[in-house]
Design a protein around this ligand. Sequence first.
Ligand code: NAP
Length: 260
Amino acid sequence: MALQQGKHAGRLERKVALVTGGASGIGAATARQMLAQGASVALADLQTELGNKLVAELGERARFYTHDVTREADWKRLIASVEADFGGIDVVMNGAGISVPGPIDEVSYEDWQTTMRVNSDGVFLGCKYGVEALRRQGGGSIINISSSLGIRGGAIFAAYCASKGAVRMLTKSVALRCAEEGYEIRCNSIHPGAIDTPMMDAYVGEAPNREAGLAEFGALHPMGRVGRPEEIASVAVFLASDEASYITGAEIPVDGGFCA
Ligand code: NAP
């Protein structure tokens, strides 16, 4: 049976959003803001315990699904489950990702392949099955989380930069195809600068050194600080909403000026 929609006068009222990487960081912040704007949210992630804990807190309009973005069979199962549980899908946010550092003369081929599988193949599958689901719904919005490093190079991130550049161009191809075919599906990419999420842990460590590490990353950005997950989530909410009805194929840096 389809889950009941609550009575919420918000910018995403009556919309159903599927968010990958939804258990943590940017995905979790986006799920919170989408729910606050009246959407129902399906959170998908590898992190089952974290995801279940989060939806227990978020309430009845949120559900968690264990899902690996690199597995095509998982995508087929996920889309079918979300459609059965919520009655359809209006928004797909491809947020799951990993960051494995390594300059070209040090990064292993294995790390390259793992990075491409999660960050590029995962978004490809999300767009492919997302377009199918959104067409069944009569239209919708796809939001791909790339990176400022999908626009600007970074010497120590050979695989990550390439994987996020692929997301940037895939987004435009999806947007053009959907526009030309009249699918009423918009597809855009968001390009965050360094954001204070668990993904940063590997680079900045834990308290008490974490703040100093974040400040070092922040200094690389013209605004002099790293971003907060909520600052990405608010742009995702906008792109998901009908306020963005004429925006497709766009790449939106949310990076304190890093790509300017
Ligand atoms: P995060 O807190 O680590 O969240 C990412 C989530 O995706 C994690 O729960 C992660 O699980 C999950 N995930 C990884 N591989 C997956 C897979 N194969 N299938 C399903 N889920 C998977 O990181 P975040 O900062 O929120 O990152 C969200 C997105 O923003 C990513 O695409 C990232 O590249 C992008 N981004 C982040 C930053 C930043 O500075 N934080 C900057 C630019 C772009 P595990 O923990 O098990 O890996």
